[in-house]
Design a protein around this ligand. Structure first.
Ligand SMILES: Nc1ncnc2c1ncn2[C@@H]1O[C@H](COP(=O)(O)OP(=O)(O)OP(=O)(O)O)[C@@H](O)[C@H]1O
Ligand SMILES: [Mg+2]
Length: 361
């Protein structure tokens, strides 16, 4: 729940009616995530000629239409005729298009919320950004009218490719937001929280590569740039108030094909996760350094921490875990590369070397 309001103060609803709405407040974030839209609940004010926003939830699965909270704002007949209509008649208003407070084209759907006597006590409002859809519709219209085959091809490509990217991104976001929800519900089991966090970071790392491709529209990805984004994400996910991690990415830009980048990024994701999880059991602060370099046809990537160091040789480390096995499989099978571990009391360094002869731009 992003925000909510004390209903008894502003409406003439009975305790039972308020209870129905308070129960709904808890589910608003879930509805917002699932529908990828901003969700609000509005009630009629005491004097019946305006409504007030009493609760809201912003989606985690897409960008919200609003920068600031609108809870407590008053909606008048002039500005929100659909909301007042639905509140007064108990009928839904679906599919109206409008401009949001932040000037984005959006679609608004409104459904009444009723009590056990079918009396309308509030409305549930969904607002979704449709600017990209409108743009695509316009492009398709241009396409239909164009006589130029080359232009037709270009427009078709850009609309279709964008739509596919959009869908893949949405799907990945929905998966991670569902896992985040599960993580919140498992807070009593630290093992479950950890497993879910690892899955979220693995999927999010792939989503970052995907997003890069969608935005830059090129085949080769700047691996260093992507790693910077992933390190920021891992730090925010590790979300540990007692410990402070500092992750830095050094070296040079390294342009690699997207499938190779995905493997490299997954390897680095596991290694950084390991630093966060295992390197600093008794330390308040930890430094993690990623280095990206290439020389002639070889790429060199290292992940180094200044923690307690690996306690055992790689061959003696536990084999029941997934992390390092995944790393070794990716390095051997996807990158045809080599992995070495450096042992020291002042930290762990893992270095990854792989050939890039025909892969660099
Ligand atoms: N940077 C590190 N510092 C200290 N110990 C480490 C470090 N990286 C790995 N280890 C040790 O190696 C073990 C194996 O790592 P691995 O990634 O395979 O498993 P995990 O992290 O325990 O579980 P998973 O990755 O499957 O969630 C860890 O349990 C830990 O004891
Ligand atoms: Mg691990």
């Amino acid at each position: 729940m992003d925000n909510s309001f004390c209903l008894e103060d502003v409406t003439i609803l009975t305790d039972e009616q308020c209870g129905i709405l308070y129960d709904m407040f808890n589910n608003l974030p879930l509805i917002a995530d699932l529908t990828q839209a901003d969700i609000f609940i509005d009630c009629l004010l005491n004097n019946q000629d305006a409504a007030i926003v009493v609760a809201e939830a912003k989606p985690c699965t897409t960008q919200s239409l609003y920068k600031n909270s609108v809870v407590g704002q008053i909606a008048y007949e002039d500005s929100e005729p659909g909301v007042l209509f639905s509140l007064k008649t108990g009928k839904p208003v679906i599919g109206s298009k409008g401009i949001s407070q932040e000037n984005v084209v959006m679609q608004q759907d409104i459904v009444p919320i009723k009590d056990s006597f079918h009396q309308t006590i509030a409305v549930l409002i969904k607002e979704r950004d449709i600017s990209q859809e409108i743009l695509n519709e316009q492009k398709v219209k241009t396409l239909m009218n164009s006589k130029d085959n080359k232009e037709k091809d270009d427009v078709f490509q850009s609309v279709i490719v964008q739509e596919i990217h959009h869908r893949v991104k949405n799907n990945l976001q929905i998966i991670t937001s569902l896992l985040r929800l599960q993580k919140r519900r498992c807070s009593s089991s630290s093992e479950a929280v950890e497993v879910l966090r690892d899955s979220i970071s693995r999927i999010s790392s792939m989503a970052i590569v995907h997003d890069y491709l969608a935005q830059h529209g090129i085949e080769k990805v700047d691996t260093k740039f992507v790693m910077e984004q992933i390190s920021a994400l891992l730090i925010s996910l590790s979300n540990n108030q007692e410990k402070k991690f500092n992750v830095s990415v050094q070296g040079e830009s390294l342009f690699l094909p997207s499938d190779i980048t995905t493997s490299v990024v997954l390897v680095v994701n596991e290694l950084v996760q390991n630093c966060i999880k295992h390197a600093f059991p008794d330390q308040q602060e930890g430094k993690i350094e990623i280095n990206v370099n290439s020389r002639k046809q070889m790429a060199y990537i290292t992940v180094k921490d200044n923690g307690q160091g690996l306690k055992e040789k790689r061959s003696d480390l536990k084999t029941s875990s997934l992390g390092l096995q995944l790393v070794e499989m990716l390095v051997e099978e996807k990158l045809q590369g080599d992995l070495s571990f450096f042992y020291s009391k002042r930290g762990t360094k893992v270095s990854l070397t792989f050939p890039i002869s025909d892969k660099v731009m």
